[in-house]
Design a protein around this ligand. Structure first.
Ligand code: ZN
Ligand code: ZN
Length: 374
């Protein structure tokens, strides 16, 4: 029988995570039933939730953990302050955990290793400290950043301001509207403070749990990370996690122009205003090569599946898969050579290859072994 390792419970973190979740689930509904819906409190909730989540995705994740672009001081300061409002530890700690996650993904040294189960990857790793704390020797570059170190020192105090400021704002709003100011302060604290923290935290935790469980793997199956448009919506663009694990230094996670990634759009917009530069992009050819490699691997697997069905299955299926593999391989080698020779490929040519790869993957799904014996 499974036993909870009480001796390894991280009591402070656990109390905070469980306490805030209970307030959000019980305290907030009771407050709304008693005091009614106040659009000002929910407008604050929405604005501060966006600021908090974007500071985690754009700041903590893509800027500080992956150095996917460079940002000017106002951007760094904003994301460090609002990142602290998520109560997900300091940027230095977060980046250290996250870099280990990428380096050891799906293995024991991955702090939120999905192979230990969904609960562990989502929140268990925060509630329990089963292993000794590893040395933070993978963030020495960030230690040289004075703003990062300032935030590391004061992170809890900055985080607390994320609960107090909404309460003060709501207090002032209710006073101005001639309503009960203290009830307003309580509502601001509960809705734009605690509820916002809980929603932001679980949306971030989804990246470690659901984004390693639900979705497609168009770029690689060497790791458990997956691409999902629904998860991208819930995580401000981080749901294209299969791409991200394959090309972690790209400032985009949703690399296709139509993919929902508000974080990439924000970084791009910041660059147009001179607030960000050195945006790192993986060349289109390399991305397509990864897609073709994965498609070819799937085709090989399909062929093995058909062969293992026994000699009585129709040879037609096997021949069709062979044909798909041949087309994929020929395109792959042509593109591989072009990338190696640094040949400038036209957009049309790239689009053709892309479309053909997708068609071949669909074709592969339609091929069914049919028994020739009655
Ligand atoms: Zn991951
Ligand atoms: Zn990452």
């Amino acid at each position: 029988m499974y036993r909870i390792p009480f001796s390894r419970v991280n009591w402070i973190t656990s109390s905070f995570l469980i306490g805030t979740a209970l307030i959000a689930l019980i305290g907030v509904p009771i407050y709304i039933i008693k005091q009614g819906f106040d659009w000002f409190q929910f407008a604050m909730f929405f604005v501060f939730l966006c600021a908090t989540m974007m500071s985690i995705t754009v700041g903590y994740h893509r800027l500080f953990s992956h150095i996917a672009f460079k940002a000017k001081m106002p951007v760094r300061l904003f994301t460090l302050i609002f990142g602290a409002w998520a109560f997900e530890n300091s940027c230095l700690d977060w980046a250290s955990d996250h870099r280990r996650h990428h380096k050891h993904v799906d293995h024991d040294d991955d702090p939120y290793d999905i192979s230990k189960g969904f609960f562990w990857a989502h929140i268990g790793w925060l509630l329990f400290k089963l292993n000794p704390v590893p040395p933070m020797d993978n963030v020495n570059d960030l230690r040289k950043d004075k703003l990062v170190m300032w935030q590391h020192r004061w992170v809890h105090l900055i985080g607390l301001s994320g609960l107090i400021i909404p309460a003060i704002m709501s207090f002032c709003w209710n006073s101005y509207m001639g309503k009960d100011a203290w009830q307003g302060a309580l509502g601001g604290f509960l809705i734009a403070g605690v509820l916002r923290v809980v929603v932001a935290q679980h949306c971030t935790f989804f990246i470690n749990s659901l984004c390693h469980t639900v979705g497609r793997q168009p770029y690689s199956t060497k790791h458990s990370a997956r691409d999902s448009a629904i998860m991208a919506f819930l995580t401000f663009g981080e749901g294209y996690h299969n791409y991200h694990h394959e090309f972690q230094h790209d400032y985009r996670n949703g690399v296709k122009p139509w993919q929902w990634d508000p974080s990439k759009w924000t970084i791009w917009t910041l660059s147009k205003f001179g607030l960000a530069d050195s945006l790192r992009r993986v060349p289109d050819g390399k991305i397509l090569l990864a897609e073709m490699r994965e498609a070819r691997r799937r085709a090989q697997l399909r062929l093995e599946e058909i062969h293992s069905s026994g000699p009585s299955v129709c040879q037609l299926a096997s021949a069709s898969v062979h044909e798909v593999i041949e087309k994929l391989s020929s395109n792959y080698h042509e593109l591989e050579k072009a990338v190696a020779d640094r040949v400038q490929l036209s957009r049309e040519k790239m689009n053709d290859w892309q479309t053909e790869t997708r068609q071949l993957i669909r074709e592969l799904g339609r091929i069914r072994p049919v028994s020739t014996t009655p």
